[in-house]
Design a protein around this ligand. Structure first.
Ligand SMILES: Cc1cc2nc3c(=O)[nH]c(=O)nc-3n(C[C@H](O)[C@H](O)[C@H](O)COP(=O)(O)OP(=O)(O)OC[C@H]3O[C@@H](n4cnc5c(N)ncnc54)[C@H](O)[C@@H]3O)c2cc1C
Length: 57
């Protein structure tokens, strides 16, 4: 953690976009996400071969 300039809590649309923009500007960014995949409200998932599109369209 010592080498990180910025820590963003939450890897949804807001956190990932902010992180990408700051990284592009040269900041060292870490995004902390509580779930096992990022995306927040934009996630989708598959169960038994069926795709569930639960995010925005
Ligand atoms: C079914 C559905 C359809 C939608 N359709 C549209 C649409 O058509 N158009 C549109 O513009 N918007 C739509 N939205 C809204 C859009 O999904 C949200 O506006 C957007 O995802 C918000 O992004 P966010 O990064 O602010 O929050 P989120 O996507 O909610 O991300 C927050 C992230 O933070 C994480 N988090 C929370 N607490 C912690 C913690 N303590 N530590 C670590 N991580 C944490 C969460 O796990 C999550 O990944 C829809 C939402 C839903 C649910």
């Amino acid at each position: 953690m010592n080498n990180n300039d910025i820590i963003i809590i939450g890897g949804g649309l807001g956190g990932l976009t902010t992180g990408a923009l700051l990284a592009k500007e040269g900041w060292q960014v870490t995004v902390l996400e509580k779930n096992h995949i990022v995306g927040g409200g934009l996630q989708n998932f598959s169960r038994h071969g069926i795709h569930f599109d639960t995010g925005m369209h």
